[in-house]
Each structure stands twice: as structure tokens, then as C-alpha cells.
Design a protein. Structure first.
Length: 384
């Protein structure tokens, strides 16, 4: 057992995902990064392996596994390719879990089995041009008209949205001229009135699908509302807490992938008649990278394990996400440094890991927002 939080089942899953990533994902990674092509064939393959619904209850077609298992799968994918890892993570944590958490029975039966099998992808729309960190400033409106809502507004930076079959999103509910709170809806992506913009050209996560959405007089039946009008925002915030554990796992994977490349390179590259790993300046970098990755990994698995015990993990998920994303950034920079000039060109891959790492400090709550959450939680425990 090489991990305090692992059972034999976790180890088997880890080994299966590791093999899949090495055999199926790694040969495509450079091409996917260069072209920005969405890896549809890998999504299909991950669906066949049962990876598209790891934490989804078996009753809805998922694997019924826990958060530790899910984090392991995301970490192993991210070691090889962060775009593939975020495609799975956004689909699972953001596209599927709001339905599992707060969907009506009819919504769950209609959507979750398809999502868990990977036959359709899920996307989650919270961010708007004027509502990012301040997600409560949502300007999209859903005006009640009889037995449906008329939705106007839009979302930005929505992962998987151009490839998804189902979309969850938030909107200000307006009923009889009064604002009733932020509600969450679930709709098929072919709903008339929904326009999906072109794929964003990003610095990293290049194969991941990120787009802007426009809602123009989009009519949504009242059965598409998840929970009550006033609980939608809470559902999305709960979703983000779970999502942060997977982004933190993604960050550990990104860091570990870059570190392993740097470690190997440092033993092969010769300078001044010896491998560069013999220079203390290089080996100390490796020591710091390995130590910080280990610490980040423990934070991730601890948060996942606590969540699996049914505990509130707002603080732990934020700590894991904050620390692991900063470790990913620092580690990928040092991995380039250890590669010297070769680190700056595409042939050794570490520049891709560096470009993929930056967004980890931004998506699912920026590092500043994580510090706000952690500070609020630790001060709350002192003040009460
Ligand atoms: C590749 C990618 C994929 C994404 N996928 C999704 C998705 O699937 N679904 C979705 O809904 N969103 C998604 N997002 C959006 C992402 O969650 C937001 O970009 C993020 O929350 C930050 O919001 P913002 O970009 O509006 O930045 P802003 O909120 O405008 O922040 C700008 C800067 O100000 C700082 N700041 C803001 N408020 C404070 C404060 N109170 N105190 C201190 N500093 C503050 C921020 O930390 C940041 O440094 C994605 C983004 C990217 C880049």
C-alpha cells in the first residue's frame, strides 16, 4: 500500500487509468495540444472503461466509487495530459454532480445514466462576463411565464460546452416582476435560443473545449429547474467545493508529470562531465519539487477522504486547490529550468505542462478566492 487513503480497489483503478493514459493518451498529447482538437475518441474510450461516472451512484449507471477514487483517476490522466483530465473532471464534477446532488428524480433518470456512461458530455455554466469570482452577480434572467421560463443572458468560459449534450446553468429567477434568487436549470444543448460560440484559443488546456454561450429568448420548461428557485446558487457552490478537489488532483498530476520528466532528464543530461543531477543546485530543486508534490497529494486525498466520510470540506477543498495549483505552477517552471533550452521547445513537453498549469490558479475559484474562503473558515471557527 503506497497511499494511506487507498484500498485495493483504488490501486486497481489507478493502475488501469495509468495504463490507459500511457497507451492511449500519451501518443496523442502533442498533436492535441498543437491542433487544439477535442479528443472525442478518448472520451468514448473513457466511457467504455467506466471512467465517465466514477463517483456517480450505481443506481444511475455510475461506478458508485468514492471521491478518493475519482481524484486518483483525474491525477493519473493529468500526469499525461491535462486537457483530457479536465474534460473528464468538468464533465463529472460540474456537468453531472449538480444533477446527482439536486436534480429531481425525473431529471436524474433522464440525464445521469447517459452522462455516467459517457454517451453524452456535461457542461456547467456559472461564469458570466460580469460575474466571475463574484458569481452571485449573475445577470442572466429566467422570467417565469406560465409553465416555463424565458431565459436571456449568457455565460463565458464554459468547459465542454461545444461537445456537451446537457448543460446546467444559473439564472436570476424573476416571477411576477420580483427577483426570487438564483436558480439552477438543466437543459439539452439543442434547446432553441441557446447559441454556442466558437472554441476559445487558450494558452493551455488547448484540447479542452471552452466556449461562450448566449441565451436569447430561450424557453425552458419549469421541470428543468433543479430544486427550488432559491436553492440553485447553493447547489452550484456545493458543486464547486467538490470540483475543487478534482482540480487540486489535476494540479498534482500536472506537477508530478513535469517532475518525472525533469527527474529523468537530470540523470541523462551531461554537463561538465557528469549528469546534471549530480549538481546540488539541480538535485535540491528536485528535492523541493518531490516534497511539495507529496504535501499537495496528501491535502488532496485528505480532502477527498473527509468528503467521503460525509464531512464538510469547504476549507480542506480550498486549501488543497490553492496549494496544489501553486505547486503545479512552481514545479512546471522548475521542470523547464532543469531542461535548460530544451525545456523551452516543444519536443520535451515540459513547456506544455507549464502552460497547462497556469489556469489551475484561475478556474473553479482563483487563488485569491481560495484564500478568502480559507480565511473565512478559520476565522469563523475562532469567532464562534
Ligand atoms: C479554461 C477555463 C475554463 C473554465 N471553465 C468554466 C466552466 O466550465 N464553468 C464556469 O462557470 N466557469 C468556468 N471558467 C471560469 C472561471 O471559473 C473564472 O474565470 C474564474 O472564476 C475567475 O473569474 P473571472 O475570470 O471573471 O475573473 P475576476 O473575477 O474578474 O477576477 C480577476 C482578478 O481579480 C481577483 N479578484 C476578484 N475578486 C476579488 C476579491 N474579492 N478579492 C481579491 N481578489 C479578487 C481575482 O482573484 C483575479 O485575480 C473557466 C475559466 C477558464 C479560464
Amino acid at each position: 500500500m503506497d497511499n494511506l487513503f487507498f484500498t485495493e480497489e483504488h490501486e486497481m483503478l489507478r493502475d488501469m487509468v495509468r495504463d490507459f493514459a500511457a497507451q492511449e493518451v500519451a501518443p496523442l498529447s502533442r498533436e492535441l495540444d498543437r491542433s487544439g482538437r477535442f479528443p472525442r475518441e478518448l472520451v468514448t474510450a473513457m466511457g467504455e472503461l467506466g471512467l465517465m461516472g466514477i463517483p456517480v451512484p450505481e443506481q444511475y449507471g455510475g461506478a458508485g466509487m468514492d471521491t478518493v477514487a475519482y481524484a486518483t483517476a483525474v491525477l493519473e490522466l493529468a500526469k499525461v495530459d491535462a486537457s483530457v483530465a479536465i474534460t473528464l473532471a468538468a464533465h463529472t464534477s460540474l456537468g453531472t454532480m449538480p444533477l446527482v446532488l439536486a436534480g429531481t428524480e425525473a431529471q436524474k433518470e433522464r440525464w445521469v445514466p447517459q452522462l455516467a456512461s459517457g454517451s453524452i458530455l456535461g457542461a456547467f455554466g456559472l461564469t458570466e462576463p460580469n460575474a466571475g469570482s463574484d458569481a452571485g452577480a449573475t445577470q442572466t434572467t429566467a422570467v417565469k411565464e406560465g409553465d416555463h421560463y424565458r431565459v436571456n443572458g449568457g455565460k463565458i468560459f464554459i468547459t465542454n460546452s461545444g461537445e456537451a449534450g446537457v448543460l446546467s446553468f444559473t439564472a436570476q429567477i424573476v416571477d411576477q416582476g420580483e427577483k426570487r434568487g438564483i436558480g439552477a436549470f438543466v437543459i439539452p444543448t439543442d434547446t432553441p435560443g441557446l447559441t454556442i460560440g466558437p472554441k476559445e484559443k487558450k494558452m493551455g488546456w488547448r484540447a479542452s473545449d471552452t466556449r461562450q454561450l448566449f441565451f436569447q429568448d430561450m424557453l425552458v420548461p419549469e421541470e428543468a429547474l433543479m430544486g427550488s428557485p432559491a436553492t440553485g446558487f447553493k447547489t452550484f457552490l456545493q458543486t464547486l467545493t467538490g470540483g475543487r478537489i478534482s482540480v487540486a488532483a489535476l494540479a498534482v498530476g500536472t506537477a508530478e508529470g513535469a517532475y518525472e520528466k525533469a527527474l529523468r532528464y537530470s540523470t541523462e543530461r551531461q554537463a561538465f562531465g557528469r549528469p546534471i543531477s549530480k549538481f546540488q543546485a539541480v538535485s535540491f530543486k528536485l528535492a523541493d519539487m518531490a516534497t511539495r508534490i507529496e504535501a499537495a497529494k496528501l491535502l488532496v486525498y485528505h480532502a477527498a477522504w473527509l468528503k467521503d466520510q460525509g464531512q464538510d470540506v469547504i476549507k480542506e477543498a480550498a486549501m488543497a486547490k490553492l496549494f496544489a495549483s501553486e505547486v503545479a505552477m512552481d514545479t512546471t517552471i522548475e521542470a523547464i529550468q532543469i531542461h535548460g533550452g530544451y525545456g523551452y521547445v516543444k519536443d520535451y513537453d515540459v513547456e506544455r505542462y507549464f502552460r497547462d498549469a497556469k489556469v489551475l490558479e484561475i478556474g473553479e475559484g482563483t487563488s485569491e478566492v481560495q484564500r478568502i474562503i480559507i480565511a473565512r473558515e478559520i476565522l469563523k471557527s475562532v469567532l464562534t
